[in-house]
Design a protein around this ligand. Sequence first.
Ligand code: NAI
Length: 269
Amino acid sequence: MMTNSQNNELEQTIPTNMSEDFRDKVAFVTGAASGIGRTAALAFARAGADVAVADIMEEGVQETAQMIEEAGGQATAVRCDVTQAEDVQAALDETIQTFGGLDFAFNNAGVEQERLPLTEITEEEWDRSIDTNLRGMFLCMKHEIPLMLDEGGGAIVNASSGAGVKGFKAQAAYSASKHGVVGLTKAAALDYAESNIRVNAVCPGIIDTSMMDRFTGGTEEGRQEVIDQEPIGRMGKPEEIANAVLWLCSDAASFVLGEAMVVDGGQTV
Ligand code: NAI
């Protein structure tokens, strides 16, 4: 039987309302013009955070900011190519100028790879995957972390993939980039563990976004082929990844760092 004092201690450690962790805080989301990034940006805003949304697609990211504002949140939109250090720096400068700080970052911008066996992957395709999916994450963290240190801490989530924990046929460049994200995340988590910055990764399974449409060709057949990889029998929804991202950023995850959280309907089990 639990005593009252034990009960009180439990109440103090179990967060009852995650939104309290996000109110008056600032989140930065890359790849926010579409799919998982847009949905996560909206989720941060609904939880009470001000959100800076960045993407190489200017029109799309402005639309995301508008969606946030229409839902009653605060947003600023920036065109940013995550492979360019000066773009990343400028987007974060804009975040600080608009909202005065940085508490959370979801480094999500990424590109898929055409399905090809390794010897048919061109050097350009290799560079495109590594530059966006891996170098982009490095550049974002390189410029986000000093801002979080100024705030006394923060939380970062990097978008890896099921392809970051398992090899996939005809996906050598993409798999290499996403495995790289996991290594980068773990090393960065150790570098800043004592500075109250938690760095984690999320590894989504098959998620129903425009990236997945391009990957499958958008046909019923193509969609079914990837659904067949999912023990749960369906694609995931962007919201199901956004939930994991917000949880990793919340105080509920205060002891979680360097984790590559797989959210994949069982695809890699
Ligand atoms: P998406 O294609 O809908 O969104 C990706 C966004 O990243 C786009 O808005 C695009 O403009 C942006 N982007 C691409 N290159 C960029 C650059 N250089 N600078 C800034 N922005 C750039 O894709 P989705 O599905 O939302 O993917 C988001 C992340 O989740 C990616 O990192 C992807 O690899 C990862 N992921 C997605 C899965 C899925 O099944 N959809 C599965 C596993 C991982």
